[in-house]
Write a protein that binds this ligand. Sequence first.
Ligand SMILES: Nc1ncnc2c1ncn2[C@@H]1O[C@H](COP(=O)(O)OP(=O)(O)OP(=O)(O)O)[C@@H](O)[C@H]1O
Ligand SMILES: [Mg+2]
Length: 208
Amino acid sequence: MVFEGIDGAGTSTQAERFAAHLRAARRMVHVTREPSAGPVGALLRQVLTHRISLPGARQAEIMALLFSADRLDHLGAEIEPLLRDGYVVISDRYDLSSLAYQSTTAGEDGAGSGAIVEWIRELNRHALRPDVTVVIDVAPEIAEKRRRGRGGAEELFEKTELQARLAEAYRRAEELVPGDRVIHIDGNGSVDEVARAITAALSAVVER
Ligand SMILES: Nc1ncnc2c1ncn2[C@@H]1O[C@H](COP(=O)(O)OP(=O)(O)OP(=O)(O)O)[C@@H](O)[C@H]1O
Ligand SMILES: [Mg+2]
């Protein structure tokens, strides 16, 4: 299963909370995230933290290519072997992030975003579909406050205006991953409130 949302939505917090809930029910659970711990993931993290800079013109496309390469590496090296061993694997971000972020950042005026969505889907054609994607919808101002509270330097995509456009992309997540099962959760409440909403929404999915 996959947890998604804008930066500071609480995906990492809630992925861990839900994993703890499943472990308490004696399920084998593995939490992972994108960018992965693999070699392409390490490269991506250096771009996100501005340790490496990409040429401006095709930045979104380069990021889409790197993320799709990282995703297939992550699946083969980490996720699929664990699924075969019977683990529930929770990924903090997946290809919905590529579709939301790279389609929102490609082209200054958003022109051609339909074409880039098609292209990103094609790049991710071999990526296993998740059982369910939990989209944590949070107001951009609330997410920004949380990011500030967390501290650290601003990452590549952490601009308020961009985050507002991303929040809109996530509200329409179903259009980006047609055919996937998507559950929206109101993430504006406290950590406990959001965790309760997720547990309730996912109880049917994990009763198997
Ligand atoms: N519901 C909540 N209410 C208040 N604070 C929260 C809530 N959820 C998370 N936080 C806090 O907000 C900060 C961001 O949360 P978290 O790291 O889980 O977000 P994220 O979606 O994983 O962000 P990123 O996409 O940047 O990794 C953390 O300091 C976390 O403790
Ligand atoms: Mg996170």
